[in-house]
Design a protein around this ligand. Structure first.
Ligand code: AMP
Length: 424
């Protein structure tokens, strides 16, 4: 079914075409008509599903049907968990608004940077705003924005909003929004629906249309998942080999700790692979620069923690590697969703060290999938107690293989890091 059959205005259908989208994705097919009908929507969708355009297009169509006013009252509000996601949604809004008659004023706000330019940007109001909850509240406190005219609220990546501890801020924002029927539409997107997200959806949505993907993986034939059994201390060499085999393509590598991002990136750099760490303790400027260099292909491999990689948007990433498995099982789906984005096929490779086998089985069970274990010639695991004992020190990684509830203490980590440094 073409976009034009979804009930979108011709200017939006043109913008979509210019962006190179020929067919709506399944999420768009379901969500766009539902939103255009004015219904609340509960959308199970991950990054990579086309979810952003799914809510951005109806938001823009709403703008189109409104009457221009000065100052511009904020009508559409998109709450996101991270600055990267805020920038990406803002960019999609601006790009898809391109063909509309008149200027849609889109404001983007997130913390970690000076608030002043964001306040300046809100002078004269804004039509649609994308924001992280904390910074939005700061802007409200500064009187830079008012939420009492919002007609459509979108919560993007609601599971992450709650995971990242935004629940208090979220409640504060919700209390500032106009009650129904003035705010006539709420949309909640989430990759996963653990009980807190279900409770939020139940409290917020009014007779929502439910958009669910049949299964997390069945809907993603574009991701080729692989699981390679390997010993912990052989992962780095295997990673180098896989990256070299993949040619000049870029790869996103997930590790468990900030320390590991630096160690792995450093070791890759020593064998001539352009790699950079990406973690939450880097300054916002360093993160933006790294991301931009990675997108331009100046950096071939980005070694990231989950926290830093949340909501990242990188087109057609061919390879994602779980060097360490994610602690939280639902993060597996988020991570592998960074590859195989609309229109491309990607590989998602997980390294399964012997001590993490049970945890990977749990991920498979919880996510309803089964991934064949592979062994790469020359990297056959040597499944012995000695291997397990050797895990942490050589790599700076979690010897528990990311199994929940067996976290190392900070002291243990520091001790291991010091030991690893001495061993190098
Ligand atoms: P999202 O899930 O919103 O992060 O989108 C993932 C990627 O899919 C982005 O690069 C979008 O530009 C792209 N995309 C969204 N909708 C379509 C579509 N209908 N056809 C092709 N690509 C799309």
């Amino acid at each position: 079914m073409p976009f034009s059959a979804l009930g979108l205005a011709p200017a939006l259908a043109r913008a979509v075409q210019q962006r190179g989208y020929t067919q709506p994705t399944p999420v768009q097919l379901a969500a766009i008509p539902a939103m255009l009908r004015g219904h609340d929507v509960q959308m199970q969708a991950r990054t990579g599903s086309g979810k952003t355009a799914a809510f951005v297009l109806p938001l823009l169509q709403q703008w189109l049907s409104g009457t221009p006013r000065a100052p511009r009252p904020l009508r559409g509000l998109v709450l996101v968990p991270t600055r990267e996601l805020a920038m990406q949604a803002g960019q999609t809004l601006r790009e898809l608004a391109h063909e509309l008659p008149g200027l849609v004023k889109v404001a983007v706000a997130f913390g970690g940077v000076s608030i002043n330019p964001q306040m300046m940007g809100l002078r004269g109001g804004a039509d649609i705003m994308v924001a992280t909850p904390g910074r939005l509240l700061d802007l409200v406190r500064h009187n830079a924005v008012h939420l009492d005219q919002v007609t459509c609220l979108v919560l993007d990546e609601a599971d992450r909003l709650l995971d990242l501890g935004f629940s208090d801020e979220l409640n504060e924002v919700l209390a500032l929004l106009p009650p129904r029927p003035h705010r006539h539409q709420t949309v909640l997107c989430s990759a996963t629906f653990p009980p807190p997200v279900k409770a939020l959806a139940a409290a917020l949505l009014h007779e929502p249309e439910l958009i669910e993907l049949a299964s997390a993986t069945a809907a993603r034939p574009d991701i080729h998942q692989r699981a390679i059994s390997v010993d912990a201390d052989r992962r780095l060499v295997l990673l180098r080999q896989l990256i070299k085999d993949a040619g000049q393509d870029r790869a996103l590598v997930f590790v468990a700790t900030k320390y590991a991002t630096e160690l792995v990136a450093d070791k890759l750099g020593r064998v001539g692979i352009q790699a950079a760490p990406f973690h939450g303790e880097l300054s916002q400027g360093a993160r933006t620069d790294t991301l931009a260099a990675f997108k331009r292909g100046q950096i071939q491999v980005m070694v990231a923690t989950d926290m830093a990689a949340r909501g990242l948007h990188i087109d057609a990433l061919p390879l994602v590697v779980n060097y360490d498995l994610p602690r939280a099982t639902e993060d597996y789906i988020h991570r592998i969703g960074r590859t195989g984005r609309a229109g491309g096929v990607g590989d998602a490779i997980s390294f399964i060290i012997p001590s993490a086998e049970a945890h990977f089985r749990l991920i498979e069970k919880r996510q309803g999938l089964r991934v064949q274990r592979e062994v790469v010639t020359g990297f056959e695991p040597n499944d012995s107690a000695a291997t397990q004992a050797a895990l942490g020190p050589g790599t700076g990684l979690d010897p528990n293989g990311g199994v929940k509830g067996k976290r190392q203490s900070k002291k243990d980590k520091l001790r291991e890091a010091a030991k690893a440094t001495r061993g190098r």
